[in-house]
Design a protein around this ligand. Structure first.
Ligand code: ADP
Ligand code: NA
Length: 329
């Protein structure tokens, strides 16, 4: 059985991209794998987070994950800061990774923009902490969206250099599990930007707690172009907004982009957006309802995370202690 690790930042409500790129695949992987799922609050504070909001969002995120089908009886769900092994291994990895490797990370460049000097050092070494998250458990597979591909390559570079420097095959090679479709859901307002919970405009994303009216409104307002839908996939080239909406529809329904175009090719966006809204509401409404119910039980959510952290520690402690002793601590 493979050991899977994956994380999500408890910053705001999970959006459709998180669901299609990550969470839904986490649920599927539970059947045949040992899964460790983490709310990465230490990653979250690489950019400013209001302390009270961070605490609330950690619970809200837990509720959405449980409502989406994460099974905490058989698998582990916890928040990162509760297991100190992550921070200890991350420090070692800060000393293993080379500055040149971090300089190549496109996510830092995207997030920091031109104003590099004013970002936290944490944002810069974020990929070292992510490598530590995974290797704290010697996990071998990581379900993520396409935006994390480069960070996983860095994880393998770090593992290899650690193994080389300290003279043995201690850390395994990690495989990225990137879904063939839905791995890069784009913003509803700009088809060239990825959908993200950190985008300042809530109109740019569908949140997993949106009700039917909100979903309908956001889809109605989603940016499109004046052409009807093509009947062949090639007709979506250089139409990023149209491609995005068709991809969301297909991924939600578990069919291919061509299947959707066979049904809706030639339609204008008016009717297609109605059909897309129906599909989204049908999938999201039950998750939103269950999330609302769970949010009324903060004690239960806290207990769930506490129990998850306790179980995570029993795996993490021996691995990270051994890594520390290899380093000479
Ligand atoms: P966000 O950018 O919304 O804050 P996170 O950094 O918390 O998301 O990422 C959580 C998971 O969701 C990761 O596996 C990431 O690859 C995936 N993910 C984030 N945004 C998208 C997207 N637009 N499309 C597909 N997957 C995504
Ligand atoms: Na991200």
């Amino acid at each position: 059985m493979r050991r899977i690790f994956s994380g999500i930042q408890p910053t705001g409500v999970p959006q459709l991209g998180n669901y299609l790129g990550a969470i839904r695949n986490w649920v599927g992987l539970q059947r045949d794998n040992e899964c460790i799922f983490c709310l990465v609050d230490m990653h979250a504070i690489t950019v400013w987070q209001d302390p009270k909001a961070l605490r609330e969002q950690t619970l809200a995120q837990t509720a959405v994950l449980l409502a989406s089908g994460i099974d905490v009886q058989r698998h582990i769900l916890f928040n990162q800061s509760a297991v100190t092994a992550h921070a200890r291994l991350a420090w070692i990895f800060n000393c293993v990774a080379r500055l040149g490797w971090l300089n190549r990370m496109t996510q830092f460049k995207d997030k920091a923009g031109k104003d590099r000097e004013n970002h936290s050092a944490g944002l810069y070494v974020y990929p070292d902490l992510m490598a530590a998250d995974i290797l704290t458990y010697k996990a071998t597979a990581v379900p993520v969206g396409d935006d994390q591909r480069q960070h996983l390559e860095l994880t393998n570079d770090i593992a290899q250099k650690f193994n080389h420097d300290y003279g043995l095959e201690f850390f395994p090679t990690v495989e990225a599990l990137i879904p063939p479709q839905g791995a890069r859901v784009m913003s509803l307002r700009d088809g060239t930007k990825k959908m993200s919970k950190s985008d300042p405009s809530a109109q740019s994303r569908i949140e997993m707690t949106d009700d039917a009216d909100t979903i309908a409104l956001k889809i109605r307002r989603a940016k499109t172009d004046p052409e009807p839908l093509p009947s062949e996939e090639a007709g979506l080239e250089s139409r990023p907004e149209a491609r995005n909406l068709v991809t969301i529809y297909a991924t939600m329904q578990g069919c291919s982009i061509q299947d959707v175009l066979n049904r809706h090719g030639g339609e204008g966006f008016g009717p297609f957006k109605k059909a897309l809204t129906d599909v989204l509401v049908q999938h999201i409404a039950p998750i939103a309802d269950e999330t609302t119910r769970l949010l009324k039980e903060p004690g239960f959510l806290q207990d769930t995370l506490r129990d998850g952290a306790r179980r995570a520690r029993t795996i993490a402690e021996p691995i990270v202690s051994e890594a520390e002793s290899l380093v000479g601590f």
